[in-house]
Design a protein around this ligand. Structure first.
Ligand code: GLN
Length: 292
């Protein structure tokens, strides 16, 4: 579908998916087929599996208008997750919009490792998701661990509104507390068995090199980690010991080229059991650190 073209005739889902895919591909989008499927599923308010199983069905006129609108937004670069208002992460679907970073598949590594470690902990487990954004990390933990209480903190009141919505959608409001806090500033007196965090970690150079779909649409303050990208780690590791119970652990997502520096920061703050985990692409992605 050329930019100025519009769907006006009777069209099947199959035809629409093929045509949107072609249009997005021609404009250089990286995952045109998946984007097309997600847009069609969104307009129909169906699961994508249902779309794939009913490819001969036809759209109503109203739906065709909505398709045109969504495709135009995508062609302007708006991420599909913001267009559809949702993103799958780990085992759940999270509401997202421009107030929060879109959860990434790579971050599931952090959740998996945290769950593995939590499996070895006894009794109730208290978890902090520091800089929670949509709540993806902390709420995934709360869903899996019935014995966990989870604090979701963020400096952004707007992000906490999204996290709160997700807590409600997942039926977790009873076990989850949301706290507006600049890193640990609003958490005085609290202690956790686990601190999980995906802080902003993109350097100044990295910000310039980000794909426009990220740089122009996702929240700057959720991405930019100071000139060398490490500012938040310095602050987080310096204060984390005061907020960890004995035997507690912190897991932080990192940029793929930051493992050496973040390990140094952690050990400089008294952490002495430090591990690095790789993501599915084989890149360093998570640092775990304990004291003792
Ligand atoms: N992984 C994200 C990206 O590459 C960055 C997330 C972050 O800064 N915490 O866009």
């Amino acid at each position: 579908m050329a930019k100025e073209e519009k769907f006006t005739d009777i069209i099947t889902l199959d035809y629409a998916i093929a045509d949107i895919t072609r249009a997005l591909k021609e404009s250089g989008f990286e995952t045109p087929g998946l984007d097309a499927l997600l847009i069609v599923a969104h307009v129909l308010n169906w699961e994508k599996e249902r779309v794939l199983a009913h490819r001969d069905e036809i759209f109503s006129e109203k739906q065709i208008l909505m398709i045109n609108e969504s495709v135009t937004e995508r062609l302007c670069g708006r991420p599909v997750a913001y267009i559809t208002g949702k993103k799958e992460f780990y085992k759940n679907t999270f509401a997202v919009d421009e107030r929060v970073l879109i959860p990434r598949g790579d971050t599931e590594i952090l959740v998996e490792e945290a769950l593995r470690i939590a499996g070895g902990m006894k009794g109730d487990i208290s978890i902090l998701d520091l800089g929670t954004g949509s709540g993806a990390i902390g709420l995934s933990m709360a869903c899996e661990l019935k014995n966990a209480t989870v604090v979701l903190s963020d400096i952004s009141a707007e992000a906490l509104e999204v996290a709160s919505q997700n807590a409600e959608n997942l039926g977790l409001t009873g076990r989850v507390k949301l706290i507006e806090s600049d890193l640990f500033d609003g958490l005085c007196g609290l202690k956790f068995d686990m601190i999980l965090t995906n802080p902003p970690y993109i350097s100044s150079d990295g910000m310039n090199a980000l794909p426009p779909g990220i740089r122009q649409w996702e929240p700057y303050e959720a991405l930019y980690g100071g000139s060398d990208g490490l500012s938040y780690y310095r602050s987080i590791f310096a204060h984390a010991p005061d907020y960890l119970n004995d035997g507690g652990i912190i897991l932080a997502e990192i940029g793929e080229d930051q493992a050496v520096q973040v390990r140094e920061i952690a050990s400089g703050c008294g952490f002495n059991t430090i591990e690095t985990l790789k993501d599915l692409a084989g890149l360093d992605r998570v640092i775990s650190a304990k004291i003792g």
